[in-house]
Structure formats: C-alpha cells, structure tokens
Write a protein that binds this ligand. Sequence first.
Ligand code: HEM
Length: 345
Amino acid sequence: MSKVNSQTLAASQSRSFCTRALSNILRSAASTVLLLTATANATAQDKPVETGRDLVEDLHTAFGEHHARAVHAKGIILEGRFEPTRAARSLSRAPLFEHATPVIVRFSNFTGFPNIADNDPGANPRGMAIKFGSPAAPSLDIVTHNFDGFPTRTATEFGALLRAIGTSGPGVAAPTPLDGFLATHPDAKTFLTTQHPAPLSYATTAYFGVNAVTFTDRNGRARPVRYRFVPAAGEHYFGTGAGPAPDYLQPEIAKRFKDGPVRFDWYAQLSERGDLLDDPSIAWPSRRKLVKLGTITIAMLAANTAEADRALTFLPGRMPDGIAAADPMLATRTEAYPVSFGERQ
Ligand code: HEM
C-alpha cells in the first residue's frame, strides 16, 4: 500500500486500533463460515519474507504515517544509572557488567499515533527502551514491552497482522481480514485480548524483552536468556473503579522522583532444553530461573523537546561482545528501526 493510501486510510479510522481489533474479534465469533473464505484471502496476501522497510510500511498501513516513530510514537525520555551484580559477570563477559553505566530510558505507549490517550486500550502494551553507556558511545540497547509475549512467531507474520489491521477498519464487511488472521493465529488473539489494564505509572509495570539473546561467559559457555525488568514499586494497575485520565502517565513519571528513586531490577530468565529461541509469541515457563543482572535507577527527566525525541533511537541489535541475538526477529527489528528513524528526520 502506498504512503498516500495509508495516510488516507488512517485518517478515515476514527476508532482506536484496539477497539477495532476487539470488535472484529467479537464479530468473528458470529461468522465462522464466511471466515474460511476470508482466511484463504488473508493467507494469499502474505509475503514470503518481510524486510525491515516492508514492516515499517506495514506499520503505516495499521496506524498511518505521522512523521514520528512508526510505532510507540508517544513517549517520554529519562536518565539514570545501571549498577550490575556479580551474578551478571558470571553469565556474560559483556563489559557493561564490569562497572556502573549511565542509561537513557524511554517509556512509551503502543501504536504509531503520537497523541494516543493513555486510557485508550490501544495504548497497550506500554514500552520501555533502554540505552546503556554514554549517548555518544552506547554499548547496548534493549527495547521491551509490558507483555510477556508477542502476537506472532515471526516478523513476516507480524507484517501480515499489521496489514490485516490496516484493512479491517470501520465499514469493512465481516469477516474482515483481521477476523481471518486471528482465526488462524490464536497467539495474536491472546495478545490483543489479555493485555494488562492501564498501569498506575510507567514505573508500576514489568517489561519483557521477549526475543531470546545468548549470553557468553569468559570461558565461552553460551546460554540463551530472555530479559525482564521488574519495578521496585511493585506492579499496580487501574481496577474497575475510576479510570485513568487521557494524559496522566508522562506528568506522573516526571513527578515520581520527589517521593523516592524509581528503580527496576533487570533479570535474565534462563532457558532450559526445549524452550523455543525463535518464537516470542510463547512465554517460557514461569518456573525458569531468574538471575538478577543489576538495577536501573532512573534519576531525572531528560530534555523532552520534539527534537530530542526525534533524534533518539534504539537498535534492538546493538549488543556488546558477550551478548548476541538468538531470535532471528532481532535482525529484522534492527533493519526496521533505522527506517522509521530516517523517516522522521
Ligand atoms: C518484527 C517485529 C518488530 C518490528 C518490525 C518493530 C518495529 C518497530 C519500529 C519501526 C519502531 C520505531 C523505531 C524508531 O523510529 O526509532 C519500533 C519501536 C518500538 N518497538 Fe518495535 N518492532 C518489533 C518488535 C518489537 C518487540 C518484540 C517489542 C517489545 C518486546 C517492541 C517494542 C518497541 C518499543 C517499546 C518501541 C519504542 C522504542 C523507543 O522508545 O524509541 N517491538 N518498533
């Protein structure tokens, strides 16, 4: 789909991504027979392999092109420090586990809509991206979200899901392309329907790396792990009472330091035999051992000008010696992020 068409499509979509997705899921239950035809059509549209550039175009199909990040457009930047543990050094020889390091953290909402309301269900999952090292010479970037999973196993399937969302807006007869996709991809349906409620704060939800990486120690012993960041403040979400305001998350995190430090403990979840390294749609069992790699203490708000946000980008494939990608999705992500970065310059 051309950019002009995707812009037109996005402009015509007044309801949020998630609201549309959910209403389509509900409609799908009532249209099982027609669904089989739609499924065949959606499959026929699948591309054999998606490049990073294709995926950015797919994100625009779903959310429109706003000259911002193609996804997780609404965000806030903070600064802090990472203190490693001794246990981290025993798992990986990465130099960042040798000493304390400055970090830049960006919290964000899902979708490519730069003004998405914080209380819109489509703003889930929330994102946390971390850059370790000085801004001029970072050693590692990690980009996570607050759901232990992903809607699809591969990047190519993710592209098909985004195109299905983009072509299933209001006015599209059921069964929509999204109905068809969800009928054959139950993990995508789980992802769309089991997100957390809105968190009380960006600092009261846990974040997951989802894509496996391999840690290698000084003796050459390699071990696949997945990352998670656990908030020291505990996990707290809005319940069924009064809901959150449309724009509470950024002012909340900007003020939170006054009541004490904002901390996250960074853990490596150790894989065991049989855990899939190339399928982020499946969480590893919760009994897997967690090794604490260190603590991130967020100390202050960074300059949050439009220019600073435009100039900042994270590369999921930026890793030092001692850490390497295990999930091939990381390579595709590393192709896609600079495309989106280039478009907003
Ligand atoms: C094939 C899979 C994926 C693709 C194609 C993709 C694509 C993108 C793109 C193009 C951006 C904008 C980057 C920029 O403009 O600087 C982005 C940002 C982001 N993505 Fe992904 N992504 C994928 C998977 C994931 C996964 C698995 C997670 C979470 C575990 C994730 C979380 C985020 C977050 C939090 C941001 C915002 C980063 C920031 O604050 O700058 N993405 N993604």
